[in-house]
Design a protein around this ligand. Structure first.
Ligand code: PLP
Length: 474
């Protein structure tokens, strides 16, 4: 299995090279040269598998440069009931991503039971173990540099903590994360984790990461890498739970289902697209956005016009406050029948701060990929959180509420609908209190996390100072 770049000007690479490499040298994103296909008899075999068995079965078709016995060890370390122990009381943590039936043909697929209580753990934990394995094989080390406004940074740190050959330098805006998010990250005591609070906003942090990464000498000398949302390993890991959810809500392998996905960088739903391309019977993939509704507009009109960061709203589902959806290019590549020249022409406009419009033919073709969309607003989230608490006695978080809103917009009672739960409500207490007047209960292990000792460095918005800090600590 080789991987090709969406822009068509980079060498083909195998899985390990793609995983450790990030962006393709031509600026594109890597995708499998051909999607593997799971046929009827595969699906029949997969239906009864445990989560790790299913993950192994799927990964094998995408990865042929890690010996199967080693891949099996990685998978078994990654998907354990211990790591995904925050599931609701009625659910079995060994399911990893349990499904909860809400009403007839309407389900919640719980993806947020990992250590940082958001779905990013599922992919990041796999990345942590796979990085550690590959680096030790290649006798290399890696220093991960990232910027976070909350969810990604904590998922990366909990996945990489204590891993051999890996250090993490995570920039976050000083005093701008929620107390819970800050406590999650800053209470980690592992020697390979460096929390750097920048006196500035999230965009300043991201600009520092870009500036450091653009210094190619520094990058090579200090073995700087990333685990951002374009990482192919993250997308691949997310494919698994679409299969798991499908098998949970169907009893044969022809029934079609719909999935709704709270969407920001388009990574999660891109995994749904890939599951569909490999043969999973998905009818619709519903893209759910918040007030930052650029993708909703695209799927309704065929015009893609990313916002500038000044025009990106700060909402109560902050992990979806994205100006440019970095994985969107992967889907458009397939939509354009994998023509790298057409894709490059469109992205040239995007990279220059512009927009593009699909031709009528291209726009028509979206239907054959099952994509539809909806957006929601703060008041929709708040009223859905209240409504679900009353009707089903469960508390959903604001991002999941964006998803439920879109799922209800497109729900067809004859087709099973799975709405993806992307975070647990305790991460976003303020909105929950606004909706239902009470604080969501915390798992006992996290009760007093804000009271733990915190360790972090505070820096001015100064690229050179960050570089020196990295140099001293690698
Ligand atoms: C990251 C995140 C999203 C958006 O997922 P993408 O893969 O970027 O589309 C949605 N909800 C939560 C809680 C997240 O952390």
């Amino acid at each position: 299995m080789m991987y090709i770049s969406t822009r068509g000007q980079s060498p083909k690479l195998n899985f390990s090279e793609v995983l450790l490499g990030g962006l393709a040298p031509d600026g594109g994103l890597y995708l499998p040269e051909q999607y593997p296909k799971f046929n009827e008899s595969d699906l029949a075999e997969m239906r009864s598998m445990s989560y790790p068995d299913l993950a192994f079965f799927i990964f094998k078709r995408f990865i042929d440069d890690i010996p199967e016995c080693d891949l099996r060890v990685i998978v078994d370390k990654t998907y354990t009931a211990d790591v995904y122990g925050y599931s609701r009381e009625s659910q079995d943590p060994s399911e990893i991503t349990p499904t909860l039936k809400l009403e007839n043909n309407f389900y919640l697929l719980s993806l947020s039971n990992g250590p940082t209580l958001a779905f990013k753990d599922i992919a990041m934990q796999f990345l942590g173990h796979t990085f550690e394995y590959l680096l030790s094989k290649k006798n290399r080390t890696l220093n991960i540099l990232g910027a976070t406004s909350g969810d990604t940074g904590s998922a990366a740190e909990y996945a990489m903590r204590g891993k051999k050959g890996i250090k993490v330098f995570m920039l976050s805006p000083y005093q701008k994360m929620s107390a819970f998010q800050a406590a999650q990250m800053f209470s980690l005591k592992d020697k390979n984790i460096f929390n750097i609070a920048i006196k500035g906003v999230f965009d300043d942090c991201q600009d520092i990461v870009k500036a450091v990464s653009n210094d190619l000498d520094f990058k090579a000398e200090n073995k700087i890498g990333a685990v951002n949302s374009i990482n192919w390993g993250r997308i691949l890991a997310q494919v698994v739970y679409y299969f798991k959810g499908y098998f949970d809500v169907t009893s044969d392998n022809q029934t079609q289902v719909d999935f709704t996905v709270p969407t920001g960088n388009f990574g999660n739903i891109c995994a749904g697209h890939i599951a569909r391309m490999t043969g999973l019977p998905i009818r619709n993939l519903v893209v759910a956005t918040n007030e930052n509704d650029v993708l909703d507009e695209f799927f309704k009109t065929g015009n893609y016009q990313p916002r500038t960061s000044e025009n990106t709203f700060q909402t109560s589902s902050p992990s979806m406050d994205i100006s440019k959806a970095s994985n969107f290019e992967r889907f458009i590549f397939d939509l354009l029948q994998r023509d790298p020249n057409k894709l490059s022409a469109y992205w040239k406009k995007i990279d220059q701060g512009g927009a593009f419009s699909l031709t009528p033919d291209e726009f028509q073709r979206i239907g054959s990929f099952g994509f539809i969309s909806s957006s929601s607003k703060h008041e929709n989230r708040i009223s859905l959180i209240a409504n679900y608490f009353k009707r089903f006695d469960i508390i959903i978080d604001t991002h999941t509420a964006d998803g439920i809103k879109a799922a209800l917009d497109h729900f067809d009672i004859n087709v099973p609908m799975l709405a993806l739960e992307t975070a647990l409500p305790i991460k976003f207490e303020e909105s929950i209190i606004e909706a239902i007047g009470i604080k969501p209960q915390r798992p006992s292990a996290l009760k007093d996390i804000e009271l733990l000792d915190q360790e972090f460095e505070v820096f001015n918005n100064d690229v050179e100072a960050i570089k020196s800090f990295i140099r001293e600590n690698t």
